[in-house]
Design a protein around this ligand. Structure first.
Ligand SMILES: Cc1ncc(COP(=O)(O)O)c(C=O)c1O
Length: 400
């Protein structure tokens, strides 16, 4: 148990259901959904249960379109290019399912990709007799050009697909996709952008970046309920694009899609078997809620979180005598800090949680390093990072 009173979260924490007995500095892993958004989701569920037939045959479609319309400006894409999936892992896997691969082809990933997504790349490669190649990115990150060069230098004539994150999970690094994606397109490489940390995390411009496929979670930084993610499919890949699971309408897609007023690939992804669509529908409610927190809307929320993250990072760096592991230009609402001398990340993670009551990950990062990744969301305060710095100084002083 913590030996001193825990620092209070911000006043905005009143909207969330976070355990007050924990200092929450890990919004990045699973997000947190505010009560008004959960209430909206409950109303959508009530609508399902009031008349399931009416809901799935008629009402669900315009509600999904409302969510798509809310999400489109946030990710910078035309709603016609967006469909819903349960999570980013499913998004990456669905994209892979639609990319023809052959023996000898290579899928290139960065060394900081999310494990589940890499696992699905490996499975797709195995099925086709292809292979997965890893480009190690420099960590600490010197800057956007060094990171882009490290990835692009691994592209060969065999590279068929590149899967890369917009914001990497373990390092929190915002990758220079505006440089990488056009360079790959010029070389005829198909790109899957994993923007699990995308909507509400950093500004997104899919229209300009022009990946072939992109996916992202709304449950993380947009604070939507769990089970709300999007899949972006570039117009040239939409004809014949299929979900992982075929629907009732799979053999008469044109006709069914005409009834629901969307394109066939969107129709099939929007309904591929009975499911609870309330989380996806509540994306619209989450976007409106978050945008309503500050006069400047969602952009102001992101600016606030990025500034708070840099402040939190600087507080910890100053106390421990560390340098930031990434430049500000590559830092959004998460910052990972290399902790020299820590050999057992899990033990420190456990100590921070069980003794200090701080929820924050400590894990292996590229180059054999161990890093602590802090998050900043509207419910956090500088005092919470001061407390983290004190806890770390105590733990590292004692263990190093
Ligand atoms: C970069 C990245 N990609 C993919 C995922 C997987 O997201 P999900 O578990 O929602 O599929 C995560 C989860 O944290 C992530 O950080």
């Amino acid at each position: 148990m913590a030996t001193t009173p825990l620092p209070a979260p911000s006043d905005l924490a009143r909207h969330f259901r976070l355990d007050p007995g924990v200092v929450h500095l890990n919004h990045g892993s699973f997000g947190a959904c505010p009560t008004p958004v959960l209430d909206a989701q409950a109303r959508h569920r009530d609508q399902v249960e009031a008349d399931g037939v009416r809901f799935f045959v008629h009402d669900a479609w315009p509600l999904l379109d409302r969510a798509r319309a809310a999400l489109a400006p946030i990710v910078g894409a035309d709603p016609a290019n967006l469909a819903f999936v349960a999570n980013a892992t499913t998004g990456v896997t669905t994209a892979l399912h639609n990319i023809p691969l052959g023996p000898g082809d290579e899928i290139l990933v960065t060394g900081a990709e999310y494990t589940a997504c890499v696992n699905n790349c490996r499975a797709a490669a195995r099925r086709a007799g292809a292979s997965v190649v890893t480009a190690d990115l420099p960590w600490p990150a010197p800057g956007p050009d060094a990171v882009a060069d490290a990835l692009l230098s691994k592209v060969t004539a065999r590279t068929r697909v590149v899967m890369l994150s917009l914001v990497a999970s373990s390092t929190g690094l915002r990758l220079p996709v505006e440089r990488i994606l056009p360079a790959l397109r010029n070389r005829g490489v198909i790109t899957i952008l994993d923007a699990a940390h995308g909507p509400g995390c950093v500004p997104m411009r899919l229209r300009d970046w022009a990946p072939d496929f992109a996916t992202g979670n709304a449950h993380k930084w947009l604070c939507a309920p769990k089970g709300s993610a999007f899949l972006y499919v570039a117009p040239e890949h939409q004809a014949g694009f299929r979900p992982l699971v075929l629907s009732n309408d799979a053999e008469r897609l044109e006709e069914a899609a005409a009834r629901t007023g969307r394109s066939p690939w969107q129709h099939e992804l929007d309904y591929a078997g009975t499911d609870d669509p309330s989380a996806k529908i509540a994306i619209a409610d989450a976007a409106a809620f978050l945008a309503g927190l500050f006069p400047g809307g969602l952009d102001a929320v992101m600016d606030h979180n990025h500034a708070l993250c840099r402040k939190g990072r600087d507080i910890v760096c100053a106390r421990l005598g560390l340098d930031p592991s990434a430049p500000d230009a590559m830092t959004g609402p998460m910052a990972a800090l290399i902790l020299p001398g820590v050999t057992d990340p899990m033990a420190l993670w456990d100590r921070l949680y069980h003794h200090w009551r701080i929820q924050i990950p400590v894990w292996p990062t590229p180059g054999g390093t161990v890093s602590l990744r802090l998050s900043a969301q509207v419910y956090n305060t500088p005092a919470q990072y001061e407390y983290l710095a004190k806890a770390l100084a105590h733990e590292l002083g004692a263990t190093r």
